[in-house]
Design a binder for this molecule. Structure first.
Ligand code: GUN
Ligand code: ZN
Length: 446
């Protein structure tokens, strides 16, 4: 790659790792693009100008200040493909299952987001948590209140973050404080799209909580909005718990299955993102594959709520692969860390007899999620032209990790140990649009 006319604001030097392809499909050699002594040149406007071996750094960038991360791993910033803003402080709320957890904890906590001052303060705390864990972009559930989504959009914009969110549409089977008439929810969504979708790095997600909390009229209105705004994301939950699936069958007796409910209202398409998908049938997987939708694996949440074990080889089967993403699903999930999330995904894969390598995991948390969200032209790799959203991980961040590295012989060993043993303590630095915004800053300037 040749250097353009722009000058670099800084160069990050360390062990770079980025992906070209899905390692499950293309194999590791073709999928991984990295350099043991690599460099990423960042332009003044926050985009990546160049990535390669430090020895090949173009002369045009050699004079820029160099932030050295010797022995550290430089990756594209993590992307969380499904996380709940109004649940940001209600982690570790124990319940018998999903539906009881929603009634006892999630709905009462989300009701508090009617108050704009509460939502505004929470938005800052929520975004602080994301970036301190190395997450630089996210697809986020907000509450039913339009003003809470406004607060989150405003806070993300001030920070220059890439964020997709929307007001949650719910009009039944939940307390009045977190429901809204179907027509009013559609009007609020349309107003929020006009205000925020495509503004800088923000995008809108039409957000249907799940089939249980929407009337057919609300699902119809959501489908009409999606048809009018086909570049918006459709964000919802699908096939998470046994009791949920039974209730969907009772509420929509005409449906073939859970996926069919969404499909009937035009909600299963290329920009649709479905959290969970633990109990999908072959027919549902085929429908999701045909539509090009993404199913997001939420491993810590699925284990915590006892929802079930996601089968990555069933959902992603090569004969009709459904796009798979990965997420924390805070607050059903128990960690903001995508490293901890990958560790749980690994354990669940093992329990299902599936393969799940470190490369598979880091691919999902970066380029995989970016592709599923239609953002791979903007984020998810260290390629020139992408936003310089970067996370730097310290493989020796804790005594346990440091001891483990004495046995590491390859990049895969280092990544695997970070994914199994790492958390926010391993986040050495986080850059958003090329500016350092978080992390244990021990970078030694050249
Ligand atoms: N299904 C509907 N709402 C929710 C939620 O808030 N969390 C999870 N994990 N599943 C859901
Ligand atoms: Zn969720």
């Amino acid at each position: 790659m040749t250097a353009g006319a722009q000058t670099a604001a800084r160069v990050l030097r360390g062990r770079t790792v980025s992906f070209r392809e899905d390692p499950r499909v293309a194999g590791t050699d073709r999928a991984v693009r990295g350099h043991d002594d690599g460099a990423v040149a960042v332009g003044a406007e926050g985009r990546i100008l160049w990535h390669g071996a430090f020895a090949d750094l173009p002369k045009a960038y050699a004079g820029a200040p160099c932030e050295r991360y010797d022995g550290q791993v430089i990756l594209p910033g993590f992307i969380d493909a499904h996380v709940h803003f109004p649940q940001h402080r209600m982690l570790a709320a124990p319940a018998h299952d999903l539906l009881e957890w929603l009634d006892r904890f999630a709905f009462p906590e989300e009701a508090r987001y009617a108050a704009e001052d509460h939502a505004a303060a929470a938005a800052e705390r929520f975004l602080d948590k994301l970036v301190s864990h190395g997450t630089t972009s996210a697809l986020v559930f907000s509450s039913v209140h339009a003003q809470a989504a406004d607060c989150l959009f405003r806070a993300a914009r001030r920070r220059g973050l890439c964020l997709i969110t929307g007001a949650t549409m719910m009009d039944r089977n939940a307390p009045d404080a977190v429901t809204q008439e179907a027509e009013a929810s559609a009007e609020a969504s349309a107003r929020l799209i006009a205000s925020w979708h495509g503004i800088e790095r923000l995008r809108y997600a039409l957000t249907v909580r799940f089939a249980i909390t929407s009337s057919e009229e609300q699902l119809r209105l959501a489908g009409a909005l999606l048809a009018d705004h086909p570049d918006c994301i459709l964000h919802t939950h699908l096939s998470e718990s046994a009791a949920e699936i039974e209730m969907v069958q009772r509420l929509f007796p005409w449906s073939r299955d859970y996926t069919d409910v969404y499909a009937r209202f035009g909600l299963v398409g290329e920009t649709s993102v479905f959290a969970h998908g633990i109990h999908l049938s072959e027919r549902e997987c085929q429908a999701l594959h045909d539509a090009g939708s993404m199913v997001v694996h939420c491993p810590t949440s699925n284990a915590f709520l006892g929802s079930g074990l996601f089968d990555i080889e069933h959902v992603g089967a090569t004969r009709r692969p459904v796009r798979v993403g990965i997420s924390t699903d805070i607050g059903g999930g128990t960690s903001y860390s995508l490293l901890q999330t990958l560790a749980e995904a690994y354990k669940i894969a093992r329990l299902k007899g599936c393969r799940f390598s470190a490369f598979d995991g880091f691919y999902l948390a970066t380029l995989g999620n970016a592709r599923g969200l239609g953002l791979d032209g903007e984020i998810g790799t260290l390629d020139a032209g992408r936003w310089a959203d970067v996370v730097v991980l310290d493989p020796e961040a804790t005594p346990v990790l440091a001891a483990r590295q004495e046995l590491s012989e390859s990049l895969e060993d280092v990544l695997f140990s970070l994914m199994m043993l790492g958390d926010d303590r391993a986040v050495r630095a986080v850059y958003v649009k090329g500016e350092k915004v978080a992390g244990r800053d021990r970078a030694a300037a050249d």
